[in-house]
Design a protein around this ligand. Structure first.
Ligand code: AMP
Ligand code: MG
Length: 390
């Protein structure tokens, strides 16, 4: 059995970015850039007023200035004024080249229709966003590997960019195994349980803007082999749930071997999720997650999420982590690393009640894991621990 650190290293070494595609900026959410983006224009591309007010030349600030023109946002005609004159101006308007300062209208007065500046703190250049103050044409706007979020979409659009080169996002199938599983919405018979893992994993994938295909398969060797064979053909990533332990009805490992999947690791010294499997074919990566829901989701966040990010070419594939003081001491067995469902207010961290590998009640309230490696036996109150943010 390998350690968590080794398992993570195997994932990091084995997973490579998918092919590069071009997507429109509006469809680029959650993709990662496959090339540096250079600014095609300066932003702003002209000296821009940051306020509703008046523009003028700073030298003439002491005088009463006749207001000789107006520039609204979007006006493109050239307006020039002399020293000792002012222009009515608005937020976002182009500041005439002959003006170097804007005063906000709240700090002015009009006397006989002439402008009197009442802003004692006003400096030359005040209230003007200089051309290129955000970014200059030709400069690096965004680096390869950056994940595209709402602000990135805005920034790219600001630059007038309509499409970008990104690494493709993986196509994913989830196969859930288990004769005991019943879809919510149906009547449960004694001994059956509601199937939750596919909904849960789909939700986690949807957050990454991935829509998986979902397949349910009974605990049957041939059926499992067939479902795996089809999924391997058509996907970049196959996630299995359940059937990977050592029970008499656990056929997943055998069925993966049957389909020629190369095992990279099986079983990790961790809690929850010991029977985690990771393998690959030429075309498809495969994770087989334990069926216990909290174990499945823990393994998803700790390993599958990282693999997806690596496929997407992300610069930061793992969960973000912090070191924070634990608010209550905890004892743990040596020999197995543990991911505890926990809640953090970003100052301290609390391990939640209910750490069983089947328990989602606590997971539903968690916003992080506390990670204790296999050597740790005890952590005292206020001791610093490693926190992985979900
Ligand atoms: P397994 O890994 O197949 O041995 O399953 C371990 C435990 O997880 C059993 O109690 C299963 O009933 C439960 N389980 C397996 N698959 C699912 C699923 N898709 N949704 C909810 N619970 C599951
Ligand atoms: Mg099972």
């Amino acid at each position: 059995m390998i350690s968590v650190e080794q398992a993570k290293q195997f994932v990091n070494q084995s997973v490579f970015p998918l092919e590069i595609i071009e997507v429109t900026v509006v469809d680029a959410l959650e993709f990662c850039l496959a090339e540096d983006v250079v600014a095609p224009i300066s932003v702003p591309s002209f000296n821009q007023s940051a306020m509703d007010g008046y523009a003028f030349s700073y030298e003439s600030i002491q005088e009463q200035l006749p207001i000789v023109a107006e520039v609204a946002a979007g006006d493109t005609q050239k307006v020039e004024i002399k020293n000792n004159e002012a222009v009515r101006i608005f937020t976002g308007s182009k500041v005439p080249d002959s003006c170097d300062t804007v005063v906000m209208q709240e700090l002015t007065e009009l006397v006989d229709g002439k402008l009197v500046v009442k802003d004692e703190g006003l400096k030359q250049g005040g209230n003007i966003r200089k051309k290129g103050h955000q970014i200059e044409v030709g400069n690096l706007a965004l680096e390869k590997g950056v994940r595209i979020n709402a602000a990135t979409v805005g920034f790219l659009s600001n630059l007038g960019i309509t499409s970008v080169k990104v690494y493709n996002s993986p196509s994913v199938t989830i196969i859930a195994t288990g004769d005991e599983l019943v879809k919510p919405g149906n009547e449960l018979e004694d001994g059956q349980i509601y199937e939750s893992n596919t909904f849960m994993l789909k939700a986690a994938l949807n957050k990454l803007n991935i829509e998986p295909k979902i397949v349910l398969v009974e605990d049957d060797k041939e059926a499992t082999q067939k479902a795996i064979s089809e999924a391997l053909e058509n996907n970049d990533l196959l996630i299995l749930s359940g059937g990977i332990s050592v029970g008499d009805y656990d056929f997943v490992k055998e069925a993966l071997e049957y389909n020629g999947v190369e095992e990279i690791f099986y079983k990790v010294k961790q809690k929850p999720g010991k029977p985690l499997y990771f393998g690959k074919t030429k075309k498809c990566y495969v994770f087989a997650l334990p069926g216990n829901p909290a174990a499945a989701l823990t393994c998803f966040y700790q390993y599958v999420n990282t693999a997806i990010n690596l496929m997407k070419g992300s610069k930061a594939p793992s969960l973000n982590d912090l070191t924070l003081p634990l608010i209550k001491s905890i004892k743990k067995k040596e020999g197995r690393a543990t991911f505890y469902k926990a809640f953090t207010d970003y100052k301290t961290v609390e391990i939640l009640e209910g750490q069983g590998s089947d328990v989602l009640k606590s997971f539903a309230l968690a916003n992080c894991f506390v990670y204790l490696d296999e050597t740790v036996q005890e952590v005292s109150e206020n001791e610093m621990v490693n926190v992985h943010l979900i």
